[in-house]
Structures are given as C-alpha cells and as structure tokens.
Design a protein around this ligand. Structure first.
Ligand code: ATP
Ligand code: MG
Length: 176
C-alpha cells in the first residue's frame, strides 16, 4: 500500500532539461532500449540530481528554498558526451567526459550549505548524470551522445513513490 503522509515529503534538487534537450535524451533512451533490456526512465522524468534530500518534514522545503535563494544563479553549458554504465547497480546513464567546473562548484557550494542546515546528503562524490535506464545488465553498443544543454537554473522536485513507480512534481524553479 502507498504511504500517504502529509507531514513529510521526498525532495531533491535537480537540473531539469528544456523540451529540446529532453527530446534528445528521450531519443537516446529509445536507442538504448532497442539494444538492451531494463527499465527505461520516462521522458518527463529525465533529470540530473544535484542534491537528494530524501524524506524530510514538509517544513523543510522552505529552508531548502531559502538556501538556494542565497546561492548565485547557475548559468552554464553542459555537454552530455558520454554514455555510462554502472554494472553494480545496473544503471545506464548520460554524462560528461569532463564535469563542467561551474556545475561542480555550484553543487559543492549547495551541498556545503545544505549540510550546514543539517540535511544529510549522499557522501559519495558528486557525479552528475542523467539516468536513462535501470536494471540494465550490459552496456549497449552505441556511439557517444553529443547533447549540448544550456543550463539556466535549477528546480526543487517532490517525488512520490508508489507501487507503479515514482512520480515527480517540480515545486519550485530558480532561473540562472
Ligand atoms: P524509484 O526509487 O521508484 O525507482 P526514483 O529513483 O525515480 O524512483 P527517487 O528514489 O525519489 O525516485 O529518487 C529521485 C532522484 O534522486 C533520482 O534521480 C534518484 O536517482 C536520486 N536518489 C535517490 N536516492 C538517492 C540517494 N540516496 N542518494 C543520492 N541520490 C538519490
Ligand atoms: Mg529511487
């Protein structure tokens, strides 16, 4: 049964593709699906997680928003030129050969500020990627992608877990 809670919510901060980048990512998912089995990510859900806050009290969203308000905007060019596969968790993803320095600096600043507020974040190094498919068992043989993404800001997303899969809702946007 789904847990319906009004006093907590599952939140994450993310880069949210514009329609054109989303279309290109969805095309990449289709190409991957034609070669390997697994669970493709629906086009409307494709994103890069910047900070996963997890299940937090509903009052936390205000603190997160205030924290992002204090940051300088994010305005950068991200080139997705790498198709990656993590065999251990079966995740097929798109990312960059070289992580954009502006994005890395922004994420580091964001993580530091959220940690100071008491949020417990993933301690693994920030590895920006768009998850394309899950439960994949082998790497597809495809040419490297070449998707240029002009990033202008970030979003706060609420994720609702259900037996049929999660649904995302963008609850706030900051333009770069
Ligand atoms: P499902 O778990 O049902 O497959 P989902 O992974 O799409 O759904 P969430 O688990 O709410 O939905 O995750 C939202 C985003 O946060 C995804 O990009 C996910 O990869 C990322 N994420 C989830 N858990 C963590 C975590 N512990 N650390 C870092 N990122 C996470
Ligand atoms: Mg998950």
């Amino acid at each position: 049964m789904n847990r319906v809670s009004t006093d907590s919510e599952r939140l994450f901060l993310a880069l949210w593709p514009d329609a054109e980048v989303r279309r290109q990512l969805a095309e990449l998912v289709s190409a991957c699906r034609s070669q390997v089995s697994g669970r493709p990510v629906a086009p409307e859900k494709l994103h890069v997680t910047l900070a996963f806050l997890g299940e937090v009290p509903t009052t936390a969203a205000g603190a997160v928003a205030a924290c992002v308000d204090e940051l300088p905007g994010l305005d950068t060019q991200v080139r997705l030129d790498r198709l990656g596969f993590w065999p251990r968790n079966g995740i097929l993803w798109a990312g960059s050969r070289e992580v954009d320095p502006a994005l890395a600096a922004f994420a580091a600043d964001l993580h530091a500020r959220l940690a100071r507020l008491g949020f417990r974040l993933d301690r693994r190094p920030f590895s920006p990627h768009v998850t394309l498919m899950r439960r994949v068992r082998r790497r597809p043989r495809l040419p490297s992608p070449g998707i240029d993404w002009a990033v202008h800001g970030i979003v706060l997303v609420r994720s609702q877990l259900a037996s049929a899969g999660s649904t995302y809702e963008v609850v706030r946007r900051w333009s770069g």
